[in-house]
Unconditional design. Structure first.
Length: 192
DNA sequence: TGAATGATGCACT
DNA sequence: GTGCATCATTCAC
């Protein structure tokens, strides 16, 4: 269990940074479906990214979950990250420099275990199989929960989205990344 | 402190 | 065939 501290919005087929920009395809089909559904895809050949569909059926939009602060089950998250790394190493996939020594993960503070979309998926054992899962189902193993009553809403900062440098304006600098600047788990720059 | 780099599979034109 | 909604490391300043 963790607290989501960083997300990005991808809205509509006009958004040239969104997978929906080509219209419905086999990969992005769930983006055009009902909201609350998971959309998981593979980037750069090795990292999975978790998205949540946000608009009613027919309108393509999703939120990319970029970072999570593990709160409960930190050991399980750590084990999942180790397992992910060892699995890749076992397959001989990846550059030896990138496939870091799995034991290095043990010295990582809990707040940095899921500081990035790829790391988050690794830490929670999320893969493309999870595409289509209803994240609002309170009984689902993978699900979204509301902020606990009484917990104060953090101050939210907005910035441009990350990793879309080749996307033309105005999409590239749309302030559609939302983060809690106070969290150690946030990936990358904290201000625009 | 920051920029450059490589590893990788697959969706897409 | 081309280009990614990434990450960790290396090298320069």
């Amino acid at each position: 269990m963790g607290r989501i501290v960083e997300v990005e919005a991808y809205i509509g087929t006009d958004d040239l940074a969104s997978h929906a920009r080509f219209g419905p395809t086999p990969r992005n089909a769930v983006m055009f479906g009902p909201p609350g559904i998971a959309y998981v895809y593979l980037v750069y050949g090795m990292y999975e990214c978790l998205n949540v569909v946000t608009e009613p059926e027919g309108r393509a939009a999703a939120i990319l979950i970029r970072a999570v602060e593990p709160i409960e089950g930190v050991d399980a998250v750590r084990a999942a990250r180790r397992g992910w790394t060892l699995r890749r190493a076992g397959l001989g996939i990846g550059d030896p420099a990138t496939i870091a020594d799995a034991s290095r993960i043990d010295s990582l503070p809990a707040g940095r275990l899921c500081s990035g979309p790829g790391l988050l998926a690794a830490g929670f054992d999320i893969g493309r199989d999870e595409t289509g899962v209803d994240l609002l189902d309170p009984d689902a193993p993978l699900r979204l929960e509301a902020r606990p009553a009484g917990e104060p809403e953090p101050a939210i900062r907005t910035t441009a989205r990350v990793g879309i440098d080749s996307v033309p304006e105005p999409w590239r600098h749309r302030p559609w990344r939302f983060l809690d600047p106070g969290s150690l788990a946030v990936s990358g720059p904290r201000r625009a």
